[in-house]
Design a protein. Structure first.
Length: 69
């Protein structure tokens, strides 16, 4: 959901985010996020960091973009 609205906000008129995973560079440091490293990768790995940075919703918000409310 987070990556979808930051990459293609024009496709949505509203968004509900019940359990957000939006900071892909630090998610593994919070609560049960460390269990998801096999699925998403880890920012501690240089190659995976670059990939995570490209689609991390938290790091790709643009001030000039109209996002759904």
């Amino acid at each position: 959901m987070g990556a979808s609205i930051t990459q293609r906000p024009e496709l949505f008129s509203a968004v509900w985010c019940g359990y957000p995973l939006l900071d892909m560079l630090r998610y593994q440091k919070f609560l049960v996020g460390s269990y998801w490293k096999t699925e998403y990768g880890s920012s501690d790995n240089e190659k995976q960091f670059a990939y995570l940075r490209k689609y991390s919703p938290y790091h790709n918000v643009k001030s000039s973009t109209a996002y759904p409310r």
